[in-house]
Design a protein around this ligand. Sequence first.
Ligand SMILES: O=C(CO)[C@H](O)[C@H](O)COP(=O)(O)O
Length: 224
Amino acid sequence: MIKIAPSILSADFARLGEEIRMVEAAGADYIHVDVMDGHFVPNLTMGPPVVASIRKVATKPLDVHLMISPVDPYIEAFAQAGSDIITVHAEATHHLDRTLNLIKEYGKKAGVSINPATPVSAIENVMHLVDMVLVMSVNPGFGGQSFIPHSLNKVRQVREMINRQDRPIELQVDGGVKPDNIAKIAEAGANVFVAGSAIFSQPDYRAVMDSMHKNVRDSQKNPD
Ligand SMILES: O=C(CO)[C@H](O)[C@H](O)COP(=O)(O)O
């Protein structure tokens, strides 16, 4: 079973509530919220007040991806705004263990993300603290970029690290995920797929998500 997390970065912000209801009705498992600060990444998006507004509309878990540095001073605000999963970047904090513990102190699921240039070894000593690992398959900052092929090796490496743990940890991939590459990413070991432009650029959100599920199912039936 795979999960799909539409990234609202590519939604029509003037109709955000309606867009969230539409992707949920079309089969979204999580609502992926990209928070960017114009410092850690070269773009600005939204903060806790927007997450709090989304919380009133969304029925699915809010999967909040913080691309901000510093990050610790903002964990409380994003937790209180109604985030369910808070993911931070290994590159964005000097004390990753402390940051992940802070998320857990607020009763939230903790995710850790690594950029394309960061080796998986950067997170091996915090695996016992995380509920999700997010492998970025583009350099974060913008939707609509192309999937970086060497990310597949990192997904395989993280899957091996997860398999060595004694509890389930989700493995999410974000950036350039499309119906035509999702099966390969799933084969590498990912189970949660963030997709922004692939979904929101199409008129029929359900058709895109259905084709993602179908392509993964077909490749599992007929592995090459
Ligand atoms: O975190 C992100 C960018 O930093 C976005 O979630 C990601 O890029 C999704 O967009 P797309 O599916 O269009 O690549």
